[in-house]
Ligand binder design. Structure first.
Ligand SMILES: *Cc1c(COP(=O)(O)O)cnc(C)c1O
Length: 357
């Protein structure tokens, strides 16, 4: 049977070899004759997994010991609350850029914790671009951005120089391209878009930004507690962290971020070129801000959709339906997606145009 071409926006595609290793570990982990699902997270074999996962993130980001990495449950959405809880002072304020649904949710939580200003927004055009040219207040406690807007398909191609600590939600383009991680004070990402299965979120924080609020901290919401506990203050999401570690190992062994960045650019160019060439489809986003991870496009006539849906189904293309806020199609091209799958999609788009012709 031909393989399914998985364009799902999240949870998204994982490397086939990672899935094989993960499946094997469910039966016999590390030759222990035990499943990874039934051993203590404090066992030597599992502590090694957690340590390797945390180190891989630092290696791939090329940061030193001023940064700490840990994994938490609760999704990126819990970080919408934990970031202000840990960084926003009583008399200070946080500066946010609103680039869509996820940024809006982050802003909503920050407003509950403390003073929050939205310093730029692309809401006026249904989030189809990334705001630029705004000023970041020098007296903000931190500046929060979303590097890739998963739902609307926009991506920050560069990051503004900030006079205050920059916090970034990288859930949907983590390790998809080179970034200068040392420019960020805190990076968080839910694993299920580009790093692993759902159930774990990675946080990387530069230690000097912590401990500035006078808040009496709840233990589970305190970054310092998780740092001290070496990401095992309580039982971590054992299996999701394991699969995330395997995925990061896969990335590093194949050549790291610079290797995948080239492939991701080829995949995105291939699909955007076809969208721009093909009379039957149109992109939804300003060209300069197009995401290399989530490619959103519409049929030029709504009645095309039913026929095109039939054709993609016949080619076993899956997970490509657009988010309900945008409609049309969203092809997610995460790290594990082979370029061959993008070729299959582009060929169907060409065949569709001929048929409509
Ligand atoms: C998916 C996503 C989230 C939400 O992640 P959860 O793990 O479901 O909480 C947040 N931010 C971005 C950019 C996302 O793509």
């Amino acid at each position: 049977m031909a393989k399914v071409h998985n364009f799902s926006a999240g949870p998204g595609i994982l490397p086939a070899e990672v899935l094989q290793q993960a499946a094997a570990a469910c039966l016999n982990f590390d030759n222990m004759d035990l499943s990874i699902l039934e051993i203590s997270h404090r066992s030597k074999n599992y502590v090694a997994v957690m340590d390797e996962a945390r180190q891989l993130i630092k290696d791939l980001f090329e940061v030193g010991n001023e940064y700490e990495v840990f994994y938490l449950g609760g999704g990126a959405s819990l970080q919408f609350a934990m970031v202000p809880y840990n960084l926003l002072t009583e008399n200070g304020f946080a500066a946010y850029v609103n680039t869509g649904v996820w940024a809006s949710k982050a802003i909503k939580e920050a407003k509950i914790i403390g003073n929050t200003k939205v310093i730029a927004s692309s809401e006026d055009k249904k989030f189809n671009y990334v705001p630029k040219g705004y000023e970041i207040p020098k007296d903000a406690d931190y500046f929060h951005i979303t590097s890739n807007n998963t739902i609307y398909g926009t991506q920050m191609k560069s990051f503004p120089k900030s006079p205050v600590p920059t916090v970034c939600d990288m859930s949907s383009d983590l390790f998809s391209r080179k970034v200068n991680a040392n420019d960020f004070a805190l990076i968080y990402a839910g694993a299920q878009k580009n790093m692993g299965p759902a159930g774990s979120t990675m946080v990387m924080v530069r230690k000097d930004v912590l401990g500035k609020t006078n808040r009496k901290m709840l233990s589970m919401l305190d970054y310092n507690v998780h740092i001290k506990g070496e990401s095992m203050y309580n039982t971590p999401p054992v299996f999701p962290v394991y699969v995330s570690m395997l995925t990061l190992r896969w990335l590093k062994e194949h050549g790291g971020v610079s290797w995948i960045e080239k492939i991701n650019q080829q995949k995105a160019d291939l699909l955007y070129n076809e969208i721009d060439r093909n009379e039957c489809f149109v992109g939804t986003v300003e060209k300069a801000d197009r995401s290399n991870m989530n490619v959103c496009f519409l049929p030029t006539k709504p009645e095309y959709e039913a026929e095109f849906d039939k054709m993609i189904k016949a080619e076993r293309i899956d997970g490509i339906k657009g988010h309900r806020d945008v409609g049309g199609y969203r092809a997610s091209l995460y790290n594990a997606m082979p370029i061959e799958s993008v070729h299959v999609l582009v060929d169907v788009m060409k065949a569709f145009e001929k048929k409509i012709g």
